[in-house]
Design a protein around this ligand. Sequence first.
Ligand SMILES: Cc1cc2nc3c(=O)[nH]c(=O)nc-3n(C[C@H](O)[C@H](O)[C@H](O)COP(=O)(O)OP(=O)(O)OC[C@H]3O[C@@H](n4cnc5c(N)ncnc54)[C@H](O)[C@@H]3O)c2cc1C
Length: 416
Amino acid sequence: MKYSALALLRGALAAQRNWAQAWRSPEPRASYDVVIVGGGGHGLAAAYYLAKNHGVTNVAVIERGWLGGGNTGRNTTVVRSNYLFPESARLYDFALRLYEDLGRELNFNVMLSQRGHLMLAHSRHDLESMSRWVNTMQMHGIDAALVSREEVGAFAPALDLSPAARLPVLGGFRQARAGTARHDAVAWGYARAASALGVDLIQECEVTGFLKDGAGGVTGVETARGPIRAGRVALAAAGHSSVLARLAGFRLPVTSYALQAMVTEPVKPRLDTVVISPGTGVYVSQSDKGEMVIGGSLDLFASYAQRGSFAVMQSVLAGTLALFPSFSRLRVMRQWAGIVDVVHDSSPIIGPTPVPGLYINCGWGTGGFKAIPAGGWTLAHVLATGRNHELAEPFQLERFASGRFIDEAAAAGIAH
Ligand SMILES: Cc1cc2nc3c(=O)[nH]c(=O)nc-3n(C[C@H](O)[C@H](O)[C@H](O)COP(=O)(O)OP(=O)(O)OC[C@H]3O[C@@H](n4cnc5c(N)ncnc54)[C@H](O)[C@@H]3O)c2cc1C
């Protein structure tokens, strides 16, 4: 069913009883050409692009919970492509360009709001490193601009720019095409479009092991609902990637941490851009509902407990109030966490693994929502063709043996 204003009108005339289910929920088949483990944004996007770009439709996405219930449904929805190194700039800007047309492509409103992303400079050193960063982005053909203290005030009037402010603001750097997109809608949009092309989406079905042939190659997965054979298997399981890798027989250089976020009660429009303060690790935007969406640094101890510690929440809120003292009157309504897959150079891993037949997309850490279209596109490419996509070539697992790291710790935005 195509979503449109006309469909909405027809729905209204039929008391909204004519809507079809957004995606099918089939029983798993005994075998598929490709099985993707993880029904987050990257797994669902890979399934969609396998079908759409490569005509591979005998595909299943196996999700242990519900679609988009992992980090994809827990993030703070920021999309941007302000990365420093050419490899990352190309990958993340490709993702942002796909985002710019995603609503039309999927026939699903992903609520992309290009309200800009403003990074604050609290010192002369910040200003100098930002000018280098802006120059580099401009050389890569990506929009970026240094902004003065006065311009910062015009973009975000709620910031404390007074001389007595605890964190002085000297200026900043802005990417105008950045902004936010609705996280659930991205997962649901890809799920619906993939299902319509024939992909089976299997929820509440945990992958518990791998089927292998005599030579050690993967030939399928063991699941809570029985074995499923597959020509190729891909892992897109974020914070649980290393658990699955161990089951498959190899180690990943990934550490899993809780990353938390919170929202305040909704208020009238007060903040019309995404503001990040690298000095405190805090970033804030206002949702379409009016809530202030607040994120910050990782809980810096490895954990699979999906909640987040009080100490980090307290320091994130202290940083927020130093920037926006007027927000002290808002009540925090909800707080939650996701388990993110942090790699020590803060760059993803996309491609084959040491186990034949097994591919991986992980290591997005604190910033993989913005990359979902590109992560899915490049994973689909290697699954369909057996060759890395050129954008994914620098992001191979092999870089941990060769030492060709792409250290994006600063562009990852928040304290790692
Ligand atoms: C609080 C927070 C704020 C963030 N803010 C931003 C942001 O503003 N911008 C940004 O770009 N990124 C942000 N991120 C990061 C971003 O959310 C992730 O990098 C991205 O969503 C990862 O997508 P994914 O599809 O790889 O993982 P997920 O969405 O986590 O999907 C992985 C799926 O695998 C499933 N799974 C795991 N193990 C198994 C198994 N054994 N069997 C079957 N299924 C399994 C999980 O249930 C899960 O649904 C944030 C993350 C958090 C937690």
